[in-house]
Design a protein around this ligand. Structure first.
Ligand code: NAD
Ligand code: WQD
Length: 331
């Protein structure tokens, strides 16, 4: 297949491009580089030994998107492009609603116009809100605690309604749990701007000595050791999930959790990082972070059954690969 990947120089997009190319698909990337670097294109090509086409464009811009769709015949699109910082979405809601919703609408319209019938969308487990774990695709979605989460829930609705009105237009709504880790080559990984908000990049910066200590947000949750529990998934497993989703896409709207089905606490992550990488992670317990829930993990059976996909890499591989990338390449 010839696949348009929006946000393809970003963290999850770059790993997915590698896996698409490894599965003999061809890839056109569009990214405005607001949260990624052009060098990632060379790295994708170095890892795979294959070429990609790259457009530095904004996918909220109708003319730019039209130009790309008229230059290529796509079999499908994977739409990663978006803003994703939860805290920033609270202070800049309009930036988030504009970027994340207009991009989805402009791209869907182009798909309908040019007859591109497979649309894979980056959604998030955040759409489940504070439901009872494990989260399963059939659950009623609860209100999210921030504008970022709302953009994901709204994008899901936009794509669902578009598919209902256009029977040829098939959609996969992929709800990611907590992506971590990096490619084994160490060439690509997660490089957040400034001080990281997410746990694994923060722990990596503490390990590197760039940050003094980790603040663990609360140890009084009703979980195994009182710290928050999440379903961490290796980014390479997640990337392979996208290849399965676009190759096996059924007609209509298809919702899949992409997670491991296992919950891991903050302290378990810290201890695994210490043991596997033989490095100390100083930490202190602080107040709960507003908006956090105690536990979030997937029921991962639907993707296994319908996409023949399941996550294979364990926590030890996740902390090892995160650290390799941070130590050697993330400057
Ligand atoms: P990322 O920031 O590394 O990648 C997103 C890419 O999109 C970046 O390269 C950025 O430059 C680009 N981009 C943003 N707006 C654009 C626009 N208007 N036009 C063109 N390019 C644009 O983030 P990521 O972690 O790889 O996430 C990819 C997708 O997955 C996002 O939609 C995100 O919301 C979603 N997601 C991420 C996580 C996570 O924890 N990383 C979890 C669930 C869902
Ligand atoms: C994980 C756990 C924290 C940092 C977010 C988004 C979600 C999705 C994935 C995009 C929690 C604890 C964290 C720290 C800590 N993204 N923690 N100290 O909040 O589960 O999910 O990223 O869609 O939408 O909300 O991920 O990595 O921030 O936190 O103790 O410095 O680590 O309290 O229990 P989260 P996270």
């Amino acid at each position: 297949m010839n696949i348009l990947v929006t946000g393809g120089t970003g963290y999850i997009g770059s790993h997915t491009c590698v896996e698409l190319l490894n599965s003999n698909h061809s890839v056109v990337i569009v990214d405005n580089l607001i949260n990624s670097k052009i060098e990632t294109i060379d790295k994708i090509q170095e890892i795979t030994g294959k070429d990609v086409v790259f457009y530095e464009k904004d996918v909220t811009n109708k003319e730019s998107v039209d130009e790309i769709f008229s230059n290529h015949k796509f079999d499908g699109i994977i739409h990663f492009a978006g803003l994703k910082a939860v805290g920033e979405s609270v202070s800049k809601p309009l930036d988030y609603y504009f970027n994340n919703l207009v991009s989805t609408m402009v791209l869907s319209k182009a798909c309908i116009k040019y007859g591109v019938n497979k649309f894979v969308f980056s959604s998030s487990a955040t759409v489940y809100g504070d439901n009872k774990v494990p989260f399963i695709e059939t659950m009623e979605l609860l209100k999210t605690t921030n504008p970022y989460g709302e953009t994901k829930a709204m994008s899901e609705r936009i794509l669902t309604d578009t598919s209902l009105a256009n029977s040829e237009f098939s959609v996969a709504l992929l709800r990611y749990f907590n992506p971590v880790g990096a490619h084994e080559s160490g060439l690509i990984g997660e490089s957040p701007n400034g001080i990281p908000n997410n746990l694994m990049p923060f722990v990596s910066k503490v390990a590197k000595g760039e940050l003094k200590k980790l603040s663990i947000f609360g140890d009084d949750y009703n979980t195994v050791d009182g710290t928050g529990v999440r379903d961490y998934i290796h980014v390479v497993d997640l990337a392979i999930g996208h290849v399965s989703a676009i190759e096996k896409l059924n007609s209509g709207v298809n919702v899949y959790n992409l997670g491991t089905g296992k919950g891991t606490s903050v302290l378990e992550i810290v201890n695994a990082f210490k043991e596997v990488n033989k490095i100390d992670i100083p930490y202190e317990i602080v107040e709960r972070r507003p908006g956090d829930i105690a536990s979030c993990y997937a029921d991962a059976n639907k993707a296994k059954k319908e996409l023949n996909w399941e996550a294979k890499k364990d926590i030890n591989e996740m902390v090892r690969d995160s650290w390799r990338f941070e130590k050697n390449y993330n400057i």
